[in-house]
Design a protein around this ligand. Structure first.
Ligand code: MG
Length: 482
């Protein structure tokens, strides 16, 4: 009996229970809150242990194209209890650069055409989860670094890039929730450093895919995406309103010109009419902009994503820019120069050349780099090592950032620091296969990137990102942070 009393005494003293209890009780009596026990619950929280990861649970879910992808749940021990805190998932690309982190697919052709991700999920459950158990959640960089170490390969071939990206996203979501702060602030803390986050944030300019060719469509048009880009000088909600107005106007125009089936949507929600040439595509978009009441280039600019590796013949070294029309690298750059001359609204061209056509990239940046954004996607695949090389050799002046190309958020931050440090622009991007998570919206604001590319303002997995940006804009306004 005596030893029990001594044990309890020691426990009370060690945990300063009487003293802390007294402090909280005094606080309560001072404030006389309407809900005293709610007040206690919150007040005692400050003495509780910091939340730690208990386990990760991964499962196979479907992305917006009906293909399997990895979803990860984060369970944490909070106030002595194990709770599901957050979940997130990995996106998946159609045109993938050869230096991308590996999307680990099961390869069993009889199941989801070989695209199952059960092995990737197993790697989260059986390898990542036990090694992350007990770790604190708030330093994303430490957790991401640990995952990179566990995998041990640059392209995440052991655990799978899809497994690691989904986990990185889910850990970020969980940390933000446990810290009771919006995700973009958690991102900013990890990107800038905890005490160096800016007082003001900005919303990005959306580069909105409204007309599709290439792999996303199926017609003769080889260039993959035609985008509209509203000017930065209006609030985000007005930027969005303008592009939606043009999107709907374009929908009406393509039906009138190409019949009702032209209103079919590509993978990212853009229209996919049977158009033959880039000129034809740009003309109808310009008509839509004007008809909707805006000035091309002034209110709304134009942008292309050629995804040119998809129409490059690496043996013949020729680009099939439109069906049957083959151009050398130099001719293609001249073609772009001409296109920009004829359509001065063009402010950006992404992946204008093949991912290995380095001389072509340098040539294009020399000829167009002072007029428009030359955006590197497949050539650098968000990989800091390649980005460094690109900066030295002047491949481009802007970067497309897709976290799942490299694996973790931390590596994405490194990529952005390199580009921003060199006065380049950053476009945070979705993939053609998406889920309804909106991590990239918080990411783009948190790191201060100028642009976001997240498809047409249609289809749930795309609008989820735009809608999240509207919420962030409202938050920033309310908190005087805009
Ligand atoms: Mg691209």
């Amino acid at each position: 009996m005596e030893s029990k009393i001594a044990e309890l005494k020691e426990y009370l003293e060690k945990n300063k229970i009487s003293q802390n209890f007294e402090d909280v009780l005094n606080e309560c009596l001072e404030k006389l809150p309407e809900d005293p026990f709610g007040f206690f619950a919150n007040a005692f929280g400050r003495y509780a242990h910091k939340p730690v990861i208990e386990k990760l649970v991964a499962r196979q879910i479907l992305d917006s194209r009906g293909n399997p992808t990895v979803e990860v749940d984060v369970y944490a021990k909070v106030n002595g209890q194990v709770k599901l805190i957050a979940r997130s998932s990995a996106p998946s690309g159609a045109s993938t650069g050869s230096n991308e982190a590996l999307e680990l697919r099961d390869g069993d052709k009889g199941v989801y055409g070989g695209k199952g991700v059960l092995t990737a999920c197993k790697n989260v459950n059986e390898i990542l989860s036990p090694q992350l158990k007990g770790k604190e959640l708030f330093d994303q960089n430490v957790l991401d670094e640990l995952m990179c170490k566990i995998d041990g390969t640059e392209l995440k071939t052991k655990i799978g890039g899809n497994a690691i990206t989904a986990t990185s996203f889910a850990l970020a979501e969980a940390a933000a929730i446990l810290n009771d702060e919006p995700l973009f602030l958690h991102v900013a803390k990890n990107f800038y450093g905890k005490d160096k986050i800016p007082k003001k944030f900005a919303l990005p300019v959306p580069m909105v895919n409204i007309l599709n060719g290439g792999k996303h469509a199926g017609g003769k048009l080889k260039i993959q995406e035609f985008m509209i880009v509203p000017s930065r000088n209006v609030p985000f909600k007005e930027r969005l309103r303008r592009v939606v107005a043009v999107y709907h106007t374009l929908g009406g125009l393509v039906v009138k010109k190409y019949g009702v089936s032209a209103k079919n949507l590509g993978d990212e929600g853009g229209f996919a009419p049977l158009i033959d040439t880039p000129d034809e595509a740009l003309n109808i978009i310009e008509e839509a902009i004007t008809t909707a009441g805006f000035k091309v280039g002034e209110d709304i600019g134009l942008a292309l994503d050629s995804a040119s590796s998809e129409f490059y013949d690496s043996e013949k070294k020729l680009y099939e820019i439109t069906e049957g029309k083959f151009l050398t690298s130099e001719e293609l750059v001249d073609y772009y120069v001409e296109l920009v001359k004829n359509h001065p609204g063009i402010m950006s061209i992404e992946d204008g050349l093949d991912e290995k056509d380095y001389a072509g990239w340098i040539n294009m940046t020399q000829k167009l780099g002072d007029k428009i954004m030359i955006v590197q996607d497949d050539i650098t695949t968000s990989n800091p090592r390649l980005i460094k090389q690109g900066i030295e050799e002047k491949w481009a002046n802007a970067l497309l950032l897709k976290i799942n190309q490299i694996g973790t958020m931390k590596e994405g931050y490194e990529a952005v620091r390199l580009i921003h440090g060199n006065n380049g622009s950053v476009v945070v991007s979705h993939r053609s296969g998406e889920t309804t998570n909106s991590v990239i919206s918080d990411l783009v604001v948190g790191i201060g990137a100028g642009y976001i590319k997240t498809g047409a303002p249609a289809r749930g997995e795309r609008t989820a990102k735009y809608n999240r940006l509207l919420q962030i804009e409202e938050y920033l306004e309310e908190h005087g942070m805009l």
